[in-house]
Design a protein. Sequence first.
Length: 134
Amino acid sequence: HGRVYHPGQPIGEDGWDRRDTFVFQLPCMPDSTGRIDLSLCLRVCPQPLWRHLAVGVEYHLTSPDTLYRDTFLVALSDSAGFNPKAGSSLLQYSHPMASFEAGRLQGATLRVFHLMRRETLRRVTDVGIRAEQR
């Protein structure tokens, strides 16, 4: 396994608005072969207001030109509210998303947005994408 790409984008002080979409442009990875595993990365303040966070992701692949949409329910705590990561100043979550052949991800664009009922989410501080070569 080797990390190929792992940027994050901070969410403004006003919170993550339903109209906010975070865009990630994957770089060209000419030396990458095999499969690339993608994960959604979130940083959340301790004691989040929800047990789960619903997130939508669009993958725009260029080879061939294809658009995929997916939704994820990221568990922030169990049904009793227990969070094994509690006690930190920020909690970091990594949620598996998809796996693609490396050639299909060359120059791909990913868009991340929340699907929660609330218009604006507070306590989520960063959104990121991690790509790792298998």
